[in-house]
Design a binder for this molecule. Structure first.
Ligand code: TNX
Length: 499
């Protein structure tokens, strides 16, 4: 499929306005420079990102970065802050034969615009080495684009507890999220099978609780420096890390590390199976809350983002009153450490603050009760957004309890209609990748793609302008890019991939 026959230049997610101008394309040559139109430290970081992306695709040396002030040389790519489409991640991208301009009101918008420019460049720029077999110069079609996201929360979740993923794997996952303009990475940092981040005041959480995983492997954990490196890497790509410590259930790893957190005071064995619902913190004991306070305080101090995720799902060992009382106390602790709480939709049973967010995951339920209390909703409905579900019955990895989710199913729905709550209550969408059945980043990528790209569009693009028949052609055009990025994506049968 050539670019001319692909609708909307093959861009995913679909921008608000895409107007090809009919002018000659812009050519990236040895003379191309990246010019900072505004003096801003974050823009400088974005310029370095773009320079590294273009790399040696166009010329033997990457483009130079030119400081603001002087005249703009011909053939420049200009990054600037200024008036344009409204919103922190909004941008305008204008490609003419002799200049590319990307303007945002904020650096985040310019960065999203750079991802659009990236998708207008041929997939060869994604290769880490020079490709002598490709025609040069590299060209960008002349176009005027104006763009802004529909939802402020467009996330993915990586379960690093059931199987541990080292820092480099998480950074790779962030790289792939970046291509599709996602902006939240929720890390599921603790569960029955492993506790994955160091808490200095409770060192055994990782010393003991980090040494297990599904299937009996060695597990692993992030030091505080590791976690900070992930936060920084994400921030450079305008992605916010949302840390989750799952409680009061899903806590076997904590209970094996500190038996006093268990009402019977006995340490359970480390767990490497895949059942849920059997573990619970001793919620009626005061010392449990000093533990939680320490954990939230230490993690909040390392987390610049607004949110702290308390889990709250699948608790089978408490009365409803115990559960609700627990959620309300944790909400106070999270608030005291300056964060907004988010939790799985079960927390909707508690009294929630208006700043609290409910993550709606259970099919055939609504989050209406939580919304009535003023809470906001992130939609992660399992039969649409759970990318740990098999994309195809024949896929050896993945689960099926919620559904088999092909890419059309992941794409062809509306979060507001599905959540059954008013549009203003919906913050956005998030795709959870649980890791019971996956142990490597290659497996994670195979489950995530192309569905994560489809869900990124569900979160970014206006509902009225989206349609499956048009999307499948644009998605097909992403195939060579994903391949160049080394992603072993699922060749979904509904998409006309080129060989
Ligand atoms: C349900 S989703 C869970 C997780 C599992 C997942 C597997 C949710 C809040 N709880 O504990 O990993 O299903 O698909």
């Amino acid at each position: 499929m050539t670019r001319a026959t692909v609708p909307n230049l093959g861009l995913v997610p679909l921008p608000r306005v895409v107007e090809p101008t009919g002018m000659e394309p812009f050519a990236v040559t040895a003379g191309t420079a990246i010019v900072l139109g505004t003096d801003d430290e974050r823009l400088r970081g974005i310029a370095r990102f773009l320079r590294d992306l273009i790399g040696t695709a166009a010329a033997p040396t990457p483009p130079a970065i030119v400081a603001p002030g002087g005249a703009v040389p011909p053939g420049a790519i200009v990054l600037e802050l200024g008036e344009g489409p409204v919103g922190a991640e909004a941008y305008a991208l204008h490609v003419t034969p002799d200049r590319v301009t990307i303007r945002g009101r904020e650096p985040a918008g310019v960065f999203r615009g750079v991802q659009t420019l990236r998708q207008l460049l041929p997939p060869l720029v994604e290769f880490q080495a020079v490709r002598p077999d490709v025609a040069r110069p590299v060209r960008v079609p002349a176009v005027r684009i104006e763009d802004a996201p529909r939802f402020e929360w467009r996330g993915a979740m990586l379960d690093v507890s059931r199987h541990f993923f080292p820092v480099a794997d998480v950074q790779r996952f962030i790289d792939l999220m970046t291509v599709y303009k996602l902006n939240r990475l929720h890390l599921h940092l603790s569960d029955d099978q492993g506790w994955r981040v160091v808490i200095d005041s409770w060192p055994d959480l990782t010393e003991k609780g980090g040494a297990s995983e599904v299937g009996g492997g060695r597990g692993g954990f992030y030091t505080k420096d590791d976690y900070t490196a992930i936060v920084r890497y994400a921030a450079e790509r305008f992605i916010t890390i949302v840390p989750e410590i799952d409680m009061p259930g899903h806590t076997n790893a904590a209970l094996t590390s500190y038996p006093a957190l268990n009402c019977d005071g006995a340490a359970p064995a480390p767990y490497s199976g895949v059942q849920v619902g059997f573990s619970v913190l001793c919620v009626d004991r005061e010392s449990t809350y000093s533990f939680i306070d320490d954990v939230v305080r230490e993690l909040a101090a390392l987390t610049p983002g607004e949110w702290f995720h308390m889990g709250g799902d699948e608790v089978e060992r408490l009365t409803p009153a115990q559960y609700v009382g627990f959620v309300e106390r944790v909400q106070d602790i999270v608030g005291a450490h300056g964060k907004r709480m988010i939790g799985w939709d079960e927390i909707g049973a508690a009294r929630l603050r208006e700043t609290t967010v409910v993550q709606h995951w259970r099919p055939k339920t609504t989050a209406a009760a939580a919304v009535a209390k003023g809470a906001k909703v992130v939609v992660s409905i399992a039969d649409r957004a759970y990318i740990d579900m098999k994309p195809d019955p024949a896929t050896p990895i993945g689960q099926t309890w919620a559904a088999v989710i092909d890419v059309r199913t992941a794409y062809d729905w509306d979060p507001v209609a599905t959540a059954g709550v008013p549009a203003q209550a919906v913050l956005g969408v998030e795709a959870p990748l649980w890791s019971e059945t996956i142990a490597t980043i290659d497996e994670a990528e195979h489950l995530a793609f192309p569905r994560l790209a489809a869900l990124a569009e569900v979160g970014w693009s206006d509902a009225a302008r989206r349609g499956w028949e048009e999307f499948r052609l644009r998605l097909a055009a992403q195939g060579p890019r994903l391949a160049a990025l080394g992603v072993n994506f699922h060749r979904d049968a509904g998409v006309p991939w080129t060989p």
